[in-house]
Design a protein around this ligand. Structure first.
Ligand code: BGC
Length: 717
């Protein structure tokens, strides 16, 4: 027997053992207790909820402060509360089934890391996996078993408040980054990840949360389902359904997508959880008469866990008794929840009966936070000013964030930034006092005076995290009020101006790019924002991020991804001279997906295909390009592979990201970067909903971003 067959057999035996143990529990549970396993309650407290827990009427708990609210209400330390609830469940409930605890650990817990859009901007799956593994270790130490992350919704909408929680606007990038997060969160084999919000939530109408969306089979299968499929293939333990409706069917009642597709067709064996009160919301959405009816519809659709609505707890026993919900459906949902608990190690022999958490990794992982922050920062423009030279003279640092400890942390945070070094302090620590002038955000006129006295101004502007997150949508997405005026004043002094933009969305930055000598987009970088920024400004670290979605040129246009489909009527070569433009506004992205400069430069040449014909059956063509570091510093370059299918059964995207490779090169050095092209890279779902690869001509494009690259034609067949 080979090693891999032996380990498969071992896994198979373990799975059978696990299912047998679940069978035994299912046989012992009453219907009420079964339903209890499906109730996910919020803020479980050992005093307030003692009876419920002891009676087995609750199976899981969520502690959620919501994105943003943490600044007003600090989240209480969880470990003690969780341990006390766990003791009641284990020792006082009839069967002693432990509780499962989840929270939104989205970008770190003790170590606040860059927001997800920033993590996606690293284009570094290994770093992202490491970041998630750290977050999971910190969450496990609090007694948690599950995070409600990653969010793998795809959106090209910069006005949507939750775009900063996404991994960008491109299915391949989102799929890879999402899978990396799943692998990282789940790397200890116990802690679980939840991919959300199944499915299409990023496409919400009018860019506002929890709305309706119109989506056809192409967008569903070829775009929005893809990262969920990747998450399932990565072994994701849970999937959360969204609060929106998909073409008038609320997701919490969408049997075809949940029970038929996700569970049956894809074979997903994990837990499908509702979103916050999502089952109760079916009544407000006008498809359920009351909570009982909502519980029935959600159960039939395949939602296993009821997050906070209480619909299952209050109505499922009676629905089962009346035959409106079949017992096998209830049992299947309970089995999934118990499976998750087993996998979380909650039933392990030797598990602490009090459920006491492991010792806390007390210290923040500073180095990881800094690495991730620098890797997420995208240098959008640099007219030879960054990194700031030591002989530049006096640096003036200004803007609302320079002395704010919490403003650069992001939305889903478990800290307030008390022990965070501000950008002002971080820069001051590296410069002589007479080399630095600080003006905080309070007086714009003072900032202008200081700028006049200095040799270079670094303006740190952008959005406070409270401007992003749930229910934080904007009709237009420019810089917050007053900031552009300040930048105009600063630029009018004629001295070098570096603009650093903190944001949880791809803001409209065209005017900033015109005014400034350098522009650095830092997203919300997390707890080490200040020191990382100081290092990057002074050249001790390089910004290496790439845009995870395009930057819009104007406010009125979405930040298009590459998922834009080819159109029929073209009058000119560029999109601005073709149909589909505005009369009085631009539609092209300002900067496209994949764009990002660094402190050196690279040149591409000599695109080569190993052969011009790619056989449909197991064919492989190697596409390669020569890349040289043409600058004066070592640097990291993200070489990107895009594809275009020229003739297909349905209208295909103008360009699709297929793969990328990061390389590090010393100045003057070059290397040949090779991609393996296989027919499956061209697979898509056709009009009959079948997977398909078309024979015929395709273009292979390799370059530093979606707008720039050389292309070669390949014949598939
Ligand atoms: C959000 C989810 C989140 C949940 C729990 C909901 O309002 O849509 O993304 O996981 O709350 O905090």
């Amino acid at each position: 027997m080979t090693t891999s067959t032996r380990s498969q057999t071992r896994r198979g035996t373990a799975d059978i053992e696990l299912e047998t143990r679940i069978d035994a529990l299912l046989a012992a549970l009453t219907v009420e207790e079964k339903v209890g396993q499906l109730h996910l309650a919020f803020d479980l407290d050992p005093e307030d909820h003692r009876e419920e827990i002891a009676a087995g009427l609750v199976g899981a708990g969520i502690y959620s402060h919501g994105a943003n609210d943490v600044r007003e209400t600090p989240p209480a330390p969880l470990a003690g509360t969780i341990a006390a609830c766990q003791r009641i469940a284990r020792e006082e409930s009839r069967l002693g089934i432990p509780l499962l605890f989840g929270s939104d650990v989205v970008h770190g817990m003790r170590t606040t890391l860059p927001i997800p859009l920033g993590l996606a901007a690293t284009w570094d799956t290994e770093l992202v996996r490491e970041a998630a593994a750290r977050a999971a270790a910190e969450a496990s130490a609090e007694g948690l078993h599950l995070t409600f992350a990653p969010m793998v919704d795809i959106s090209a909408e910069h006005r949507w408040g939750r775009i900063g929680e996404t991994l960008g606007g491109e299915p391949q990038l989102t799929s890879r980054m999402g899978a990396a997060l799943v692998h990282g969160f789940q790397s200890d084999g116990r802690f679980g990840a939840t991919a959300k919000h199944f499915v299409g939530y990023g496409l919400v109408d009018a860019d506002r949360d929890q709305q309706t969306l119109s989506i056809g089979p192409n967008a569903l299968h070829n775009v929005h389902l893809r990262p969920f499929r990747a998450a399932v293939e990565a072994g994701c333990r849970a999937i959360m359904v969204g609060l929106h409706d998909v073409d008038a069917i609320p997701m919490h009642a969408h049997r075809r997508l949940i029970r038929d597709l996700l569970k049956r067709e894809w074979g997903f064996t994990g837990v499908v959880t509702s979103d916050w009160d999502g089952i109760g919301q079916l009544v407000d959405q006008g498809i359920a008469e009351d909570l009982r009816d909502a519980a029935r519809q959600a159960m039939l659709a395949g939602v296993d866990l009821d997050m906070v609505s209480g619909a299952y707890r209050d109505h499922l026993p009676e629905l089962v008794a009346a035959g409106d919900v079949e017992l096998w459906m209830l049992d299947d949902a309970v089995r999934r929840v118990l499976r998750l608990k087993f996998r979380a190690g909650l039933f392990d022999a030797g598990a602490d009966p009090a459920g006491a958490p492991a010792p806390l990794p007390v210290r923040r992982d500073t180095m990881l936070a800094r690495r991730a922050a620098a890797a997420s920062m995208v240098l959008l423009k640099n007219a030879d000013i960054l990194p700031l030279h030591s002989n530049l003279g006096v640096i003036h640092l200004c803007g609302p964030f320079v002395e704010d400890a919490g403003g650069l942390l992001g939305s889903w945070v478990y800290e307030h930034g008390e022990d965070t070094v501000t950008p002002a302090d971080a820069l001051a620590a590296q410069l002589d006092p007479d080399e630095l002038i600080i003006s905080d955000g309070r007086f714009a006129d003072l900032a202008v005076r200081h700028a006049d006295a200095a040799d270079v101004t670094v303006a740190l502007v952008g959005e406070h995290p409270s401007r992003s997150g749930e229910d934080r949508c904007l009709p237009t997405a420019e810089l917050p009020v007053g900031q552009l005026e300040l930048l105009r004043e600063l630029a009018s002094l004629g001295k070098p101006l570096v603009v650093v933009v903190a944001a949880a969305r791809p803001l409209e930055l065209r005017p900033v790019l015109q005014l400034a000598d350098a522009v650095l987009l830092i997203w919300h970088p997390g707890a080490e924002a200040g020191p990382t920024l100081a290092d990057v400004l002074l050249g001790h670290a390089a910004p290496t991020g790439r845009l995870p979605m395009s930057l819009p040129q104007t406010n009125r246009t979405p930040a298009l991804g590459t998922i834009e489909r080819t159109i029929g009527r073209r009058l000119g070569r560029s999109r601005d001279t073709s149909f589909g433009r505005y009369l009085n506004s631009l539609v092209n992205p300002e900067l496209t997906l994949g764009f990002g400069l660094t402190y050196t430069s690279f040149a591409y040449s000599d695109l080569e295909l190993s052969r011009a014909h790619l056989p449909m059956r197991a064919g492989v063509v190697r596409a390669s390009v020569e890349v040289v570091n043409t600058g004066f510093r070592p640097g990291r370059e993200v070489v990107q592979l895009y594809l275009r299918d020229l003739v297909a059964d349905i209208v295909r995207p103008q360009l699709e990201l297929a793969d990328w490779r990061a390389i590090e090169l010393d100045p003057g050095r070059s290397t040949r970067v090779t991609f393996k092209i296989t027919p499956d890279l061209f697979a898509y779902t056709d009009r009959e909903l079948r997977r398909r690869i078309d024979p015929g001509a395709v273009d292979v494009i390799i370059g530093p971003n979606a707008a720039l690259g050389s292309s070669a034609r390949l014949l598939l067949g």
